[in-house]
Design a protein around this ligand. Structure first.
Ligand code: NAP
Ligand code: MG
Length: 473
């Protein structure tokens, strides 16, 4: 049993004023792993105060100084690869496969931030004026549990590149993962107050970050519902917001695609991070006359998606993060049944032998139409809905008939055709014939998948405020 009873303010591990504890429960066994002591409003205010003071000097650092800080953090994280992967599998139930990829992305976010600093001009000429891209101020970072340290690294590295200081509120369910990254960040020896981390509840710590006038910007990743609450509060002090929210990503397989490749890829896209991924391809759109072929390919392929102990390197689908998430996913499977969709694979209940953890059977529904709740709402578990279409135009229409627009997938053996279809999908990223990540390309959503973009130049500029110096001749 571990007790995490410190938060991090102004370069030091400190005991929070908050006295409540939250139990950390293993998703794999539902045994108690430990406890975390939660920060309160006053702790959050102290963290914001520290970030505000640090901003005075940190905002004036040079690009080369910031590059050095980023390199320092990266080199400490590099020394603890196994620890990062182990704690993510233990505390969150992320599979070894996913945790390994996530760890690589953590490191890459520092490389990207360094690349940006090497290439970006903070001083530009626009019209006849000098435009200075200045650090925006103290940034509040609020994140969910499904890739906690990944989000900390990508957001913090961009903030540092921009010359901003930060107050970070991770999910309380990620406390042990947070503790590990805190140890690394502490060892990297940054100026005091550049990063402050407060464990605590969204309604308390997150709400204070959203309200406090000394926060200039919020970078949030999480649900669309909470994103709306934060945005409404933020507007009172005109905080800038970057919101990375939910998704219901369509995956269009065109009739000329190589289905023997596209179907395993589609299952991979649907079940990534055990289905707990905002970018998961959860609506699979296939030509009506290929349904039988798709059904048999899915039956053949799904046993490869081994469900079980996340520590086993062969496991593709681990447990849901909490019992609450497990129940939510079960409710959606029941909803699909009630709505008249048909289960091709998986279904209600836990897989045999995995009764102690929050395990869901990877589930595939057929006979789904795009008006059903299972086709419209984000389930955040390994549940795939298959929808058939008659024409390419109809496929595009169904793909875009959603309140979300985070990511989409298109497969075709004709790359020109895939490009033409991809260019008509209203999503922040469209993956063509594969699944990749370009850390210098923008990431974020159309419609209710969010506001703004992360990564690359567009992501960096969300942490900067332009000041035009106009000097009439
Ligand atoms: P969530 O409930 O929205 O929580 C996200 C964060 O917001 C948590 O730290 C939470 O704290 C905090 N929060 C809750 N209420 C708040 C409030 N009133 N004011 C300020 N902060 C508050 O999301 P989740 O269920 O943890 O995560 C899953 C969601 O994240 C999914 O919808 C998924 O699509 C989305 N997501 C999006 C992306 C993306 O990049 N677009 C990536 C991953 C996940 P507590 O933990 O204390 O509740
Ligand atoms: Mg929550």
């Amino acid at each position: 049993m571990k007790t995490i009873d410190k938060i991090y303010i102004n370069g030091e591990f400190v005991t929070p004023n908050g006295t409540e504890y939250f139990n950390l429960i293993s998703p794999t066994t539902n045994e108690e792993l430990g406890q975390v002591r939660l920060g309160n409003t006053e702790d959050t205010q102290n963290a914001i105060e520290a970030a505000k003071n640090a901003f005075k000097t940190f905002s004036k650092t040079t690009a080369s100084e910031r590059i050095q800080y980023l390199k320092n953090i990266k080199s400490v994280i590099e020394k603890r690869k196994d620890d990062f992967i182990n704690i993510m599998t233990e505390e969150y139930g992320g599979t070894f496969q996913f945790a390994s990829v996530s760890y690589d992305y953590m490191l890459k976010s520092f490389d990207s931030a360094i690349n940006l600093l090497n290439s970006y001009s903070f001083i530009k000429t626009m019209g006849e004026s000098e435009v200075q891209m200045t650090p925006i101020g103290v940034v509040g970072i609020i994140i969910p549990w499904n890739s906690s340290n990944g989000f900390i690294c990508s957001k913090l590295s961009t903030a540092i590149a921009a010359g901003c200081t930060t107050v970070i509120k991770p999910s309380e369910m990620s406390a042990q993962q947070t503790q590990l990254i805190l140890e690394c960040l502490h060892e990297a020896n940054l100026p005091k107050g550049v990063f402050n981390i407060v464990n605590g509840l969204g309604e308390i710590v997150g709400a204070e970050i959203s309200r406090n006038p000394d926060i200039a910007k919020i970078s949030f990743t999480g649900s669309t519902n909470v994103g709306k609450i934060i945005a409404k509060e933020a507007v009172n002090t005109m905080k800038r917001v970057t919101l990375e929210l939910g998704g219901k990503s369509p995956n269009i397989i065109l009739d000329d695609a190589d289905f023997s490749k596209a179907i395993p890829l589609a299952l991979g896209a649907a079940f990534m991070n055990s289905g707990q991924a905002c970018i998961a391809g959860t609506r699979l759109l296939i030509p009506e006359d290929k349904l039988n072929q798709v059904k048999s390919l899915i039956k053949e392929t799904i046993p490869n998606f081994i469900t079980g102990d996340p520590k086993n390197p062969n496991t593709a689908v681990g447990p849901m993060v909490s019992e609450k998430q497990f129940n939510r996913v079960q409710d959606y499977i029941q909803t699909g049944i009630n709505e008249g969709a048909e289960i091709l694979s998986g279904g209600l209940g836990k897989p045999e032998g995995l009764e102690n953890g929050n395990f869901v059977k990877p589930t595939v529904f057929i006979n789904v139409n795009n008006h059903m709740r299972i086709a419209r709402e984000e389930i955040f578990g390994p549940v795939l809905s298959i929808i058939t279409y008659k024409t390419e135009e109809e496929a595009i229409e169904i793909a875009n008939d959603t309140t979300y627009g985070l990511q989409a997938y298109v497969s075709s053996s004709d790359s020109k055709r895939a490009y033409t279809v991809a260019s008509q999908i209203n999503a922040g990223r469209v993956q063509v014939n594969g699944i990749g990540h370009d850390p210098m390309a923008p990431f974020g959503g159309f419609k209710q998948s969010g506001i703004g973009r992360e990564f690359g130049t567009i992501g960096l500029e969300a942490y900067l405020e332009p000041r035009a110096l106009i000097q009439p001749k």
